[in-house]
Write a protein that binds this ligand. Structure first.
Ligand SMILES: CC(=O)N[C@H]1[C@H]([C@H](O)[C@H](O)CO)O[C@](OP(=O)(O)OC[C@H]2O[C@@H](n3ccc(N)nc3=O)[C@H](O)[C@@H]2O)(C(=O)O)C[C@@H]1O
Ligand SMILES: CC(=O)N[C@@H]1[C@@H](O)[C@H](O[C@@H]2O[C@H](CO)[C@H](O)[C@H](O)[C@H]2O)[C@@H](CO)O[C@H]1O
Length: 329
């Protein structure tokens, strides 16, 4: 080989290496951890230790779900209105808590170490083949109306907890959940409590007051329903996003349901993994955001979310090891 062609080959190899390095940096694969077939080792109290660094020492004292006794026997005062507290919604809430439950199921309670995965609705779950891995966690947390049927290979089929609000409730909850899935209501406004009360007590439905028509008939067992303590929305907003809690603005800034679910998992679990989190860059106007439907970032205008700020918060949690990511970020 002549020395000229030798140099050409070397230059080609160099270009190849540069392209490979650039590709892996651009995908930020540093926050991807390879999935192993074995269960990750779980250390009791680990998430609690991490959560106390982010949220402070006392957040663990808060109940995960709202309880009747705190509104019936003792009137627990709340400093904030929904979605960050229950101030002003107590009477409605009292009626809802009288017909729902607040317990953490025995199947979770009895675990020595709680391995949890929070499944975001992001497009990067598509063709991920993570279904089997997701199903192995003790607790699988899903969000809104994200489907499972037809997507089992990528997202799994087990749903231990699903967070939702009336506008994000799946019209047929039986298809996308397991019979014992906990359906956890995240209330943003008093009407959200009113909606669940009318559904469960079969009272006259109200159609006004929602930004999207929620189901009017919803086939669920009241024993499956829980009401998320708005405290978790408050600390996600305050400690993860530094948002003001009292906002005069019409479009209130608030955490996404996914960030709220990670906050919840850090208080409920011992190990927290996430999958399907991460939005396209703002200039990427054509990229679809969900694994199950074709919609873009444009659909989120007016939602009161700051997805780039949330990405910073998630990266911080990944860097400190509070959570691990099954997809790339
Ligand atoms: C039009 C609109 O209001 N869309 C909102 C939708 C919509 O209400 C429901 O899907 C029901 O139809 O809900 C939201 O979110 P959404 O239901 O899209 O997604 C659930 C959570 O997954 C994470 N996610 C999603 C897509 C993506 N590319 N990257 C992600 O990280 C986010 O953490 C997100 O919270 C919501 O509740 O937060 C936030 C969205 O703003
Ligand atoms: C005042 C009002 O109803 N605002 C609505 C927002 O709450 C709503 O955002 C949506 O509100 C939900 C709570 O109800 C969740 O926070 C969701 O993440 C968020 O996107 C947007 C959706 O396009 O429509 C406005 O009219």
């Amino acid at each position: 080989m002549t020395s000229k062609s030798h140099w050409k080959l070397l230059a080609l190899a160099l270009v190849l290496v540069v392209v490979m390095v650039w590709y892996s940096i651009s995908r930020e694969d540093s926050f991807y951890f390879p999935v192993s077939e074995k269960k990750e080792p779980c250390f009791q109290g680990e998430a609690e230790r991490q959560a106390s660094k982010i949220f402070g020492n006392h957040s663990r004292e808060q109940p995960i779900f709202l309880q009747l006794k705190d509104y019936f026997w003792v009137k627990t005062p709340s400093a904030y209105e929904l979605p960050f507290g229950t101030k002003g919604s107590e009477d409605l809430l009292l009626r809802v808590l009288a017909i729902t439950s607040y317990s953490i199921p025995e199947s979770i309670q009895s675990l020595e170490c709680r391995r949890c995965v929070v499944v975001g609705n992001g497009h990067r779950l598509k063709n991920s083949s993570l279904g089997g891995v997701i199903n192995k966690y003790d607790v699988v947390i899903r969000l809104n109306n994200a489907p499972v049927a037809g997507y089992e290979g990528d997202v799994g089929s087990k749903t231990t907890i699903r967070l939702f609000y009336p506008e994000s409730a799946h019209f047929d909850p039986k298809i996308e959940n397991n019979p014992d899935t906990l359906l956890v209501l995240v209330a943003f406004k008093a009407m959200d409590f009113h909606w669940i009360e009318t559904i469960l007590s079969d009272k006259k439905r109200v159609r006004k007051g929602f930004w999207k028509q929620p189901p009017l008939i919803w086939d669920v067992n009241p024993k499956q329903i829980r009401i998320l303590n708005p405290f978790f929305m408050e600390i996600a907003a305050d400690k993860l996003l530094s948002l003001p809690i009292q906002q005069p603005r019409k479009i209130k800034q608030k955490p996404t349901t996914g960030l709220l679910a990670i906050t919840l998992a850090l208080h409920l679990c011992d190990l927290v993994h996430i999958a399907g989190f991460g939005y396209p860059d703002a200039y990427n106007k054509k990229q679809t955001i969900h694994y199950y439907e074709q919609i873009t970032l444009k659909s989120m205008a007016g939602s009161g979310h700051n997805v780039s700020q949330e990405a910073v918060a998630i990266k911080r949690m990944l860097e400190m090891g509070a959570v691990k990511n099954l997809t790339y970020f």
